[in-house]
Design a protein around this ligand. Structure first.
Ligand code: PLP
Length: 904
């Protein structure tokens, strides 16, 4: 092998920093782009001082004692290139070979039969193919693991057999991130002899230098960014270890796959502009990724705030690169998009100054069989974009045309912008969808009116924290939420029950670039997006004073959902919430607010769709046949989606809610809830056959500190475990008995009421023993339980104030009730007579209809609903002006009179 690199002479970044020409002002080391553009090898000066490295287009060299003898072993043009690449890669050695795959081939030849290799599961297809070959022909075992999770590598590390670990980060085409530094460290600790190899093609040495993070060998397909013009094939290998360099040099010389002089020349020329090309390309890539993300496509790009592993990538790399991929949800749609572009060339490969588009599953990764692709989570509809240096506005324009022509996006007249059309398996026609909802109105034009109930815990509060089952039921006191369109590009909220709070924001000024929307069909992850929360706190919520923590929290929950659901959809509207529930009294006012806000937003954004109605032409099918006063008219899938988002809002409001409140609010009825742990599985079970019961809820109006009360019981359990455990066991028995009785369809009503009455008294006694009652609650208990009224009462929720629940038998006389209410009010308590176990989430039917002659039957014609927008004053009135001013006592009747309500 010729003297390609002299490690002794070659220090990292060895282009000498010029000597200081002033003792005061020292010279700084050159930056990457300077190093890149300056091809200078102090040990290989050109005899004529040529500015560009000459091409030594020769196979042999004359003489016997010269530096070079035969070009397979060494060539001056190649030496220049290798020196230059070593310099910009923080490497002591570099080798130029005929392609990226040739580079990998050279590296894999270090392996011996019996060796084991650990490799990523989202590798370049050609890499997979070559690994498969050596597995079959060389007797090397290859383990494919998910390198995004370093822990998944550990079981495969064998201290004596693991000879090589092959990593890519970000991967191609899913841009998965592997923590190269952490993995290298873990491997070195467990299998010190293993060689860590990184394919750095996606990043190039400009953006990532894995040798600095513990890798032993790095290779690049220089066909890509290093050359930048798709006019040559080449591979570059770099390393610092002399022993490895020696082996690689030996293999390259033996195999004869070193890069030809003319390609070395071309590559050297290309590398000079690496930094400028990359800067431009990744800036444009970021624009394209943001654009697609804002339309609601699932986009894979490390520059997006929600990209998994983004922080790791930021730690180990200096940029996000210029390759991204996105999913359309439909393979045919993707094919249409790819086929519809003009500026984006349909081509495999990347790294060129020209932009390319491809579908990995049918192109670059077609060599991986479909089953393996599926197993490795490579979506068949995935489109990969490799962004070039063209003007970004032209690139976006061309892409937008292709998306429109393919039917992936369509113009929304209301938003004056293109919005995504959801494929949902079959392509959805926006026009048809709009006809199905609210007559000829679009989702944004409809005033969506929703409502959700509060809850009462009947049995098991406090004990539930310690693993005991609690029974909760919906109360017939509801929160109402109404969206009303605006036409000034503003978003506003009006929370009547939080000090009549009103605020509005400019939609364009929301921190969109810091918040990534969740693509449709994707569930909100378990963790909240803290970056989004931070961005909202610092930005739009900053306008709200610290003295309004409740309003701020509710606005945060609302804006979080709006921005997370939105993306390309940025409808302008007002959301007003009003409640007939006392707020902060432990009756689930927050969960009913969360449910209303989530439902209204999901409807408005089209994330949930009401089922289409039968055609009205035939009167017998033109009716909405809904039994149970509209109950079960909302499909379970909608309820589930709403519940998930209501839980997200509850998390924002309360940190770590159990989920029981929002579940009752969505599903209504009654449910038994058991928390995980203590040898039990967490579970929420609907109590079927629950009969609606009358209860009196009395708000003591004594504020309570739930956290303190819960902690108090916890402490008591530590201090007196026997006493508390016995109490908990008794409460579990109460819950079990109540559950059985409530679900027992055989039991007559009188017996049920007397069982419940006894259980209520008993449960309250235990709560007193747990120290969570309050004198005001005892007063309510005494008043309702007096000889005259004889009712059973217990505290509900955390206690220490808040509310008490009193079971009201069916035959309890109206006059007695009226006296009791007066007495309670006389003590400055707020009593509410309500029933429990009624409907959950309700949506005022958006379908045009009018009341039919037959009771409970509604005809799918007429003009009673959908509620009309102000713009449509011809036939109807907007709901909002009425909703804003109705006295709270009239709200339920007014809402019911508006039309058909559909319930879960
Ligand atoms: N590694 C990656 C990540 C690649 O994308 C490619 C080619 O697309 C290669 C290696 C192989 O390089 P070459 O085509 O130069 O052999």
């Amino acid at each position: 092998m010729g003297p390609s690199i002299d490690t002794k002479k070659l220090a990292t970044h060895d282009l000498p920093t010029p000597d200081s020409d002033s003792p005061v002002r020292t010279r700084k080391p050159y930056k990457f782009s300077t190093l890149c553009a300056t091809v200078e090898n102090p040990h290989q000066k050109d005899q004529y001082g040529s500015s560009s490295v000459p091409i030594y287009q020769t196979a042999t060299f004359k003489g016997v004692a010269g530096e070079y003898d035969y070009s397979r072993s060494g060539n001056p043009t190649r030496s220049h290139l290798e020196h230059h690449i070593a310099k910009i890669s923080s490497a002591a050695h570099a080798f130029a070979v005929s392609s990226g795959m040739a580079a990998l081939d050279v590296i894999l030849r270090i392996l011996k039969p019996g060796d084991e290799v650990i490799a990523g599961d989202d590798l370049y297809g050609g890499t997979n193919r070559l690994l498969g070959y050596i597995r079959n022909h060389v007797g090397v075992t290859v383990h494919h693991v998910d390198t995004t999770d370093p822990a998944s590598i550990l079981p495969y590390i064998n201290p004596t057999k693991t000879a090589m670990v092959l990593l890519e980060s970000p991967t191609n085409p899913l841009l998965k991130i592997a923590d190269l530094a952490l993995i290298s460290k873990e491997i070195k600790e467990r299998a010190p002899a293993a060689i860590i190899v990184v394919d750095n093609t996606m990043m190039s040495p400009y953006l990532q230098r894995p040798l600095e993070h513990g890798a032993d060998i790095v290779y690049d397909s220089a066909t890509k960014y290093l050359s930048g013009h798709h006019d040559l094939m080449a591979g570059m290998i770099t390393c610092n270890r002399d022993d490895i360099a020696k082996q690689l040099a030996f293999i390259i010389n033996s195999v004869g796959n070193a890069l030809t002089p003319i390609d070395c020349f071309l590559l050297l020329r290309g590398v000079k502009t690496l930094a400028v090309r990359m800067d431009r390309q990744q800036t444009s890539a970021s624009l394209v990724a943001t654009y697609l993300n804002s339309l609601g496509f699932k986009v894979h790009y490390p520059g997006l705030p929600n990209h998994p592993g983004r922080e790791i990538h930021q730690r180990i790399a200096d940029g996000n690169g210029a390759v991204l991929s996105f999913e359309t949800g439909n393979k045919e749609l993707s094919e249409k998009i790819v086929g519809g572009t003009r500026l984006w060339g349909i081509s495999v490969s990347f790294g060129c100054v020209n932009s390319l588009i491809s579908m990995p599953c049918v192109m670059s990764h077609a060599s991986i069989d479909p089953a393996t692709r599926a197993a490795r989570g490579l979506p068949e509809d995935l489109i990969r974009l490799c962004v070039g240096i063209e003007d970004p506005s032209d690139l976006l324009d061309d892409l937008e045309h292709a998306l429109i022509d393919a039917g992936a996006i369509a113009l929304s007249v209301q938003q004056n912008a293109y919005v995504r059309v959801q494929p949902d398996g079959k392509t959805l026609n926006k026009a048809v969808e709009q006809l199905a909802i609210g007559g000829s109105k679009s989702k944004e034009e409809v005033e969506w009116f929703v409502s959700a109930p509060g809850k009462v815990i009947l049995f098991g509060e406090h004990a539930v924290v310690h693993g005991v089952t609690a029974i909760a039921a919906s109360v017939d006191l509801r929160c109402y939420g109404l969206t009303a369109p605006r036409d000034d590009n503003k978003l506003s909220v009006h929370f009547h029950d939080i000090d009549n709070f009103y605020h509005e924001w400019d939609i364009d000024k929301l921190p969109w670039d810091l918040i990534s929307s969740l693509p449709r069909n994707e569930d909100h992850p378990e963790e909240l997006d803290q970056q989004a929360i931070e961005a909202l706190q610092q930005g739009p919520l900053n306008e709200i004073g610290d003295d309004k923590p409740q309003a701020r929290a509710a606005a945060l929950a609302f804006l979080y959902m709006y921005t997370k659901l939105g993306g390309g959809y940025r409808p302008s509207f007002n959301f007003t919430a009003r409640s007939t529930l006392p707020v902060g009294a432990g009756l689930g006012s927050s969960a009913s607010f969360s449910t209303c806000a989530a439902t209204a937003l999901l409807l408005l954004f089209g994330r949930i769709d009401m089922p289409p109605l039968p055609a009205p032409s035939d009167p017998s099918t033109g009716h909405l046949h809904m039994s149970h006063r509209g109950r079960r008219a909302i499909p379970a899938t909608i309820a589930e989606e709403t519940n998930r988002w209501a839980f997200v809002a509850e998390k924002i409001l309360h940190g770590n809610p159990s989920g029981v409140d929002n579940s009752v609010s969505v599903y209504g009825g009654a449910l038994a809830y058991t928390r995980a742990g203590f040898g039990k599985k967490s579970g929420m079970e609907q109590i079927h056959g629950f009969k609606s019961l009358r209860f009196l809820l009395t708000n003591s109006k004594v504020p309570r500190d739930t956290k303190k009360l819960v902690a108090g019981v916890g402490q008591m359990k530590l201090d007196q475990p026997e006493v508390v455990n016995a109490l908990l066991e008794s409460i579990q028995n109460i819950s079990d008995e109540a559950r059985r009785a409530l679900a027992d369809t055989e039991m007559n009503r009188e017996d049920l009421l007397s069982v419940l009455s006894a259980l209520i008294k008993e449960n309250h006694g235990y709560l007193v023993s747990l120290g969570v009652s309050h004198p005001s609650l005892e007063t309510i208990r005494d008043q309702t339980g007096s000889e005259r009224y004889g009712l059973s009462t217990k505290l509900t929720g955390a206690g220490g104030g808040g509310c008490a629940v009193t079971l009201v038998p069916d035959d309890f006389k109206d006059e007695l009730m009226s006296d009791l209410l007066t007495e309670l009010r006389g003590n400055k308590f707020d009593p509410y007579l309500t029933s429990v176990g009624g409907s959950g989430l309700g949506i005022l039917s958006p379908y045009e209809q009018h009341r039919n002659d037959r009771p409970g039957s509604w005809q799918n014609l007429g003009h009673l609903t959908p509620p009309k927008t102000p713009a449509d004053s011809l036939t109807g009135e907007a709901l909002r002006p009425h909703f804003e001013v109705k006295p709270v006592s009239e709200l339920p009747d007014w809402a019911n009179g508006l039309g058909k309500w559909l319930y879960v």
